[in-house]
Ligand binder design. Sequence first.
Ligand SMILES: C[S@@+](CC[C@H](N)C(=O)[O-])C[C@H]1O[C@@H](n2cnc3c(N)ncnc32)[C@H](O)[C@@H]1O
Length: 239
Amino acid sequence: MSTPAMLITSRPLDEYCQLFGLTRSELSAVPGPVLDCPGGAAGLAAEAGELGVRVIATDPAYAAPLPALTALARAGRDAMAAAMTATPHLYLSPRHLPYDKYLRSWDRARRLFAADSSAHPERYVAAALPRLPFADGSFALTLSSYLLFAYPALFPPAGQLAGLLELARVTAPEGEVRIYPLHDGTGRRCRHLDELRAALGRRQVSSEVRRMARPGDGRTRRVLVLRAADHRRRNGRQH
Ligand SMILES: C[S@@+](CC[C@H](N)C(=O)[O-])C[C@H]1O[C@@H](n2cnc3c(N)ncnc32)[C@H](O)[C@@H]1O
């Protein structure tokens, strides 16, 4: 079986809110910076910036020049269009969300990303899990969509655990990490999620699988939510 190529995708803020069970006002009320890892060519940092929310997006693809990155994101959008036609059972029915409207929302997000990363390059940090260049507890909320569980061929269980621990490390103890999806690109659920959660627990990271309403068809999404114990306690240091 060949390894699936990783797409650079460009979801807008509203799709992030739906994936992670957030409203715009809840996002605006987050008491500190938000991390988007991986940021891809998403509109989150740009659109949240307009709402007064500071989002840092991080992704190894940010090391590439912007025109190359946006061309890859355009190819990612075209690959998504093809996938929606070829495997419609994996996506929300067009009765609930017409495909052309959905893809236009990605086009808009990609344009916002391109403009914002030129205007505010400090919001876009080139880095890769499992090692991020941020201090412990830097973020009040960390969102991670379509990476660790979406590409299990690229992230075997040990890589998933290392990535999850790193996301927890850079998130404040009173904050949360939310991860979606918990299945791969064919819809197959992660079979070793319980073992991963047990390993996280041994490293002082608590977890829950939260069911979030999926607008449109009344089904639910499963989102992994992590909370790290105080980092000084985790590292065994004195307060
Ligand atoms: C499918 S996109 C998801 C982007 C965005 N979160 C979204 O939902 O639209 C996956 C992204 O993960 C990035 N990526 C690949 N390896 C990574 C790693 N080790 N750490 C962080 N991001 C990575 C890729 O460059 C790509 O932009």
